[in-house]
Design a protein. Sequence first.
Length: 88
Amino acid sequence: MVKNSASSEPDSNQIAKNFAHWFAAMEASHAMLMAGLRDQVGPDGDVQQAYRDWKNAYRSRKQRAYRQAAKRYENRAEETINGIADAS
């Protein structure tokens, strides 16, 4: 990112360019996802249902990963507390 030398704020033209690049990348990503789903369901398949199924599976994986991370954090916290108690 290029910053305006007169201030600490990024140049507004650079912000617009960065946003345009980000948006184009998101659009391309979505198009590739939809093309992959179309390939899976075939020409007569329901792409929107395939997308809903994909999104639900993605959410489930993400929630499972969050629960696992929370459990690891909880276990480390318990180990720390037990270590402090044992040291006393």
